[in-house]
Design a protein around this ligand. Structure first.
Ligand SMILES: *[C@@H]1O[C@H](CO)[C@@H](O)[C@H](O)[C@H]1NC(C)=O
Ligand SMILES: *[C@@H]1O[C@H](CO)[C@@H](O)[C@H](O)[C@H]1NC(C)=O
Ligand SMILES: *[C@@H]1O[C@H](CO)[C@@H](O)[C@H](O)[C@H]1NC(C)=O
Ligand SMILES: *[C@@H]1O[C@H](CO)[C@@H](O)[C@H](O)[C@H]1NC(C)=O
Ligand SMILES: *[C@@H]1O[C@H](CO)[C@@H](O)[C@H](O)[C@H]1NC(C)=O
Ligand SMILES: *[C@@H]1O[C@H](CO)[C@@H](O)[C@H](O)[C@H]1NC(C)=O
Ligand SMILES: *[C@@H]1O[C@H](CO)[C@@H](O)[C@H](O)[C@H]1NC(C)=O
Ligand SMILES: *[C@@H]1O[C@H](CO)[C@@H](O)[C@H](O)[C@H]1NC(C)=O
Length: 836
């Protein structure tokens, strides 16, 4: 009888552990209890969430660990500073929809996700295969309300970001545990330090312990081991509204993490699935030179010196020779006496392969000049001690970093790192130059030189061989895996590859995109663009994305796909939509963008119920934003671009209603001094096209200005260019505005929902600018830079003449056929007109 009972019990436990609790979600009805040893496990059985006790402690915590790796490697802890002393813990969704940890029958929670949620929301918590615990709204959009990746503990997982975002309010760093028995907030923290040039810093309390060095465009100058390779795809984002770094893997099934232990040792670790153990692939601080300021101010740490790793930069001497003698460099170095460093024949000595000095204080950055001007700038300013390229591996070096105080924490490497130029006086300069001269003269030096030359040629030859092989392999692999041929041949793959290698935008795995969009479910569909449907998705790390999927991979769509990749990847501006990457696998070709929650401008200004969301102040900001974005395309970007399809549905709005221009599929790149062209294939949208473009296929930056003018009038009036006007049936919006303007009644066109929120002068100004932009003759229209100054009241406005308003009837008979009007649901859309 007894043993029968046991058997039933064992079977029951087995049954329960196998089935009921292997779910990956916690809901209002399904919660987990400590005393039943319940856990939830992610879909791919990679991570589990449940209760645990760390080390030899008996305290209970809720945490996330690897499900299939023995030894419970905990990567996240919910109640890290609030242990439960018994096993009465319950993790559940409370009445308000928050994820909450209770102890027994106590009413105050031990821990809570603690966000404000509308009372009607139905939420669930789900553990994902990335190790991210997300609290979702359980409806078709599955909006992420809270996520554990936003609150790292001592582990930095792939796809988790460290840094800040103004757009999402993200501000993330992680801190070590207190001890192996106590996951509470410990002494060591790992943060992104914005400074004049961003660095990642490991702090002990508030004192830096180690520093990554500055970003060179490819790596952190102080982490030479950390290069992009076939496993890692680290991504560094440094834009106006986001500064972050994440250590992603190319294949999400590779388990890897960064962590800082209780004594401050920071490691990047990867799971070896064959040997079944963790391997440390990077660890810091490891040697003396890794410790922040090991050789003090103006000291230079060089671990490859035999005797003592600290030296002083040229022109400096040890502050305390006694300490220096007993191998203690922390006092650092001071300027040698009697040296003139101001306008007295100084120069620079180059130190190659350096982790450049700390940029947190006394440093300046100027991204607008190159290395040459940087040298001049530094030489001119007597407080300038040293300079370096601010982004040494981007396009062969851009920007200028200068230091104007003590040089802290510089160290040497044998390769990677970057070049640092130290200011020296004329005597020192002569010594360094002489050294070079002597070498050139000596016979020995010549011998060394020539053998070095032979060696260099050999190395170069071998490198070349290896690279060729690698390239061939890469191409072969692409072809095999992605059956890439047609795409590659027509697309100039090299260019795309180049951009990818430069880290300008990454490739996404198809599996990643499919998981993010719920397998491209119709619930996630946002609309339909010119070359295929657009989906909303949520990445592993909780980041929301918009995915544009190319439907038929031939002809025009493909051409636009290519165009869009090449254009968008090279453009970065606050008022342009940011492309996060692309996905090309087999037949699938997709573009991945940042997701903009407020959809497109047309979905608001043309919607009776929503247009009052935008008062005049906001609308004016939107107009100025669009103008700045267009100015950037026309003039300030690395490429000169004509958009060719600017319209309300191609302007997207972010969370703060900041406008972002999208859809460069039709854009044309121009050379430095070319500003116009002709095309047989007229693309664009009826009503927004300038007359010369619609009729003759002749386009220029001025045809974009025309579209801008139409858009501006639409924003002011809240009416579509195509709206009918019962009073003047043969006119479109432009004609209508012109008629009223002539009769001094222009204020009558203003959107009535604006109420009194505007100044009449400002609006009249804008209407006038709008009319100037839609002048019949391209030469009479202002350029975007003039428009920008007009908007800021810095330029006087000429009087507009009769604009080119096109009568609908005659136009339809012109042999132009329009595809159906853009649906206002669309987040991105292309409407096409094909000239016959
Ligand atoms: C909570 O449970 C304990 C034991 O189960 C009981 O002694 C105590 O009265 C309960 N407290 C409340 C507030 O219900
Ligand atoms: C939730 O947040 C509020 C205000 O931010 C704070 O007062 C409260 O203590 C928090 N509750 C928990 C359980 O963390
Ligand atoms: C979540 O939504 C799905 C689909 O609407 C529904 O079937 C499921 O029961 C919901 N789950 C909870 C816990 O409400
Ligand atoms: C991030 O948060 C920390 C602490 O809350 C604060 O000191 C820091 O200024 C914040 N940084 C940014 C960029 O918001
Ligand atoms: C943190 O640092 C302080 C001061 O150095 C020290 O007293 C304390 O023991 C440290 N705490 C831990 C958990 O190591
Ligand atoms: C990712 O890694 C897993 C296991 O190592 C492997 O089975 C899978 O094929 C890989 N996926 C890709 C796309 O390389
Ligand atoms: C931290 O890691 C280092 C290197 O693995 C190790 O020597 C040290 O003992 C660890 N500290 C603790 C508290 O586990
Ligand atoms: C030199 O640089 C310092 C630090 O930025 C600045 O304050 C000073 O005005 C500069 N001096 C000159 C002459 O440009």
């Amino acid at each position: 009888m007894n043993s029968f009972k046991w058997l039933i019990r064992i079977l029951l436990i087995f049954f329960l552990s196998q089935f009921s609790f292997s779910a990956d979600t916690i809901t209002q009805h399904h919660y987990i209890k400590d005393n039943k040893d319940e856990v939830i496990v992610s879909g791919g059985k990679i991570f589990a969430l449940g209760f645990f006790s760390p080390g030899s402690s008996r305290n209970r915590y809720v945490g996330i660990w690897y499900h299939q790796i023995p030894g419970k490697t905990v990567v996240w802890v919910a109640n890290r500073d609030n242990p439960i002393k018994d096993t009465s813990g319950i993790l559940r969704i409370d009445g308000r929809g928050n994820l909450v940890l209770f102890q027994g029958n106590r009413t105050l929670p031990v821990w809570s996700s603690n966000i404000s949620i509308a009372s009607t929301m139905n939420t669930i918590a789900q553990i994902l295969d990335s190790g991210n615990l997300v609290l979702l709204q359980n409806d078709s959009r599955k909006t992420v309300l809270w996520q554990s990746f936003g609150y790292p503990t001592n582990t930095w997982l792939s796809f988790m970001k460290i840094g800040f975002s103004l757009r999402t309010g993200m501000n993330q760093s992680y801190t070590s545990w207190r001890s192996p028995d106590d996951p509470g907030v410990g002494n060591y923290s790992f943060k992104m330090n914005p400074g004049v040039s961003p660095q990642m810093v490991l702090y002990k309390g508030s004192v830096p312990l180690w520093r990554s060095g500055t970003w060179t465009g490819k790596i952190w100058s102080g982490i030479p081991e950390m290069t992009q390779n076939f496993i890692f795809r680290d991504s560094f984002v440094n834009t106006d509204d986001e500064l972050s770094f994440s250590c992603d893997t190319k294949n999400a099934s590779i388990l890897t993490r960064w962590t800082t232990n209780e004594t401050g040792v920071t490691q990047r670790i990867i799971w070896d699935n064959n040997a079944r153990h963790w391997i440390t692939i990077y660890s810091t601080p490891k040697e003396q030179c890794d410790f922040y300021g090991h050789c003090g101010p103006n000291g230079y740490c060089n671990p490859y010196l035999g005797d003592f790793e600290c030296t002083c930069f040229p022109g400096f001497e040890p502050k305390s020779p006694e300490e220096w003698f007993i191998r203690d460099g922390e006092g650092g170095c001071v300027r040698k006496l009697g040296i003139s460093m101001c306008g007295n024949g100084e120069g620079f000595v180059k130190f190659p392969h350096v982790k450049v000095p700390d940029t947190a204080a006394d440093a300046l950055v100027d991204m607008s000049i190159g290395l040459k001007q940087c040298k001049e700038k530094c030489l001119r300013n007597c407080s300038c001690m040293a300079y370096a390229s601010a982004n040494s591996e981007t396009n062969g070096g851009v920007g200028c970093l200068t230091w104007h105080g003590d040089l802290m924490d510089a160290r040497a490497y044998t390769e990677t790192g970057q070049d640092l130029y130290i200011r020296v006086d004329k005597n020192e300069l002569a010594r360094y130059t002489k050294k070079g001269l002597l070498q050139k003269k000596g016979v020995l030096a010549v011998a060394i030189g020539s053998s070095a030359l032979v060696f260099l040629i050999l190395v170069a030859f071998l490198r070349c061989l290896v690279r060729r092989q690698r390239n061939a392999e890469r191409t072969r692999k692409r072809k095999n895996i992605f059956s890439f041929t047609t795409f590659e041949d027509s697309l100039g793959e090299n260019e795309i590859d180049e951009s990818t290698r430069n880290g300008e935008f990454p490739y996404f795995e198809l599996s990643t995109v499919a998981a993010a969009t719920n397998d491209f479910s119709s619930d996630n569909k946002l609309g339909h663009g010119g070359f295929g449907p657009v989906y909303k998705g949520v990445l592993f790390n909780g980041e929301e994305i918009a995915v544009k999927r190319l439907l038929n991979s031939s002809g025009q769509g493909l051409q636009e796909f290519k165009n869009e990749i090449l254009l968008t990847a090279k453009l970065q501006h606050r008022n342009l939509v940011r492309m996060l990457g692309c996905c090309i696998e087999g037949e699938e070709k997709m573009l991945i963008y940042e997701f903009l929650p407020n959809k497109s401008l047309d979905s608001i200004i043309f919607d009776e119920s929503k247009r009052s969301m935008l008062d005049w102040k906001k609308r004016f900001e939107i107009i100025c934003g669009i103008a700045r974005g267009m100015l950037y395309l026309h003039q300030d970007s690395r490429l000169r671009i004509i958009h060719r399809d600017l319209k309300a549905s191609n302007v997207l709005l972010d969370a703060t209603m900041n406008p972002k221009i999208s859809d460069f599929g039709m854009g044309r790149i121009f050379g430095e001094d070319q500003t116009e062209g002709d095309t047989k294939r007229v693309v664009g949208t009826y009503g927004y096209m300038s007359p010369e473009y619609a009729m003759q296929g002749h386009f220029s930056i001025k045809s974009d200005v025309y579209s801008f003018g139409v858009l501006l009038l639409e924003i002011i009036t809240g009416k579509k260019i195509s709206s009918p006007f019962p009073d003047s049936p043969c006119l479109n919006l432009v004609g209508h505005v012109w008629e009223l303007w002539r009769e001094d009644r222009a204020m009558e066109v203003v959107d009535s929902t604006l109420g009194d929120s505007y100044s009449a002068d400002e609006i009249l100004n804008c209407i006038q600018i709008g009319l100037l932009c839609v002048q019949e003759h391209a030469t009479q229209r202002p350029t975007m830079s003039t428009v920008v100054s007009m908007l800021s009241n810095e330029a006087t406005l000429p009087s507009p003449e009769q604009p080119a308003f096109i009568e609908k009837k005659s136009h339809n008979g012109d042999g132009l056929s329009t595809s159906e009007e853009a649906n206002s649901e669309n987040i991105v859309s292309i409407t096409m007109i094909q000239a016959r």
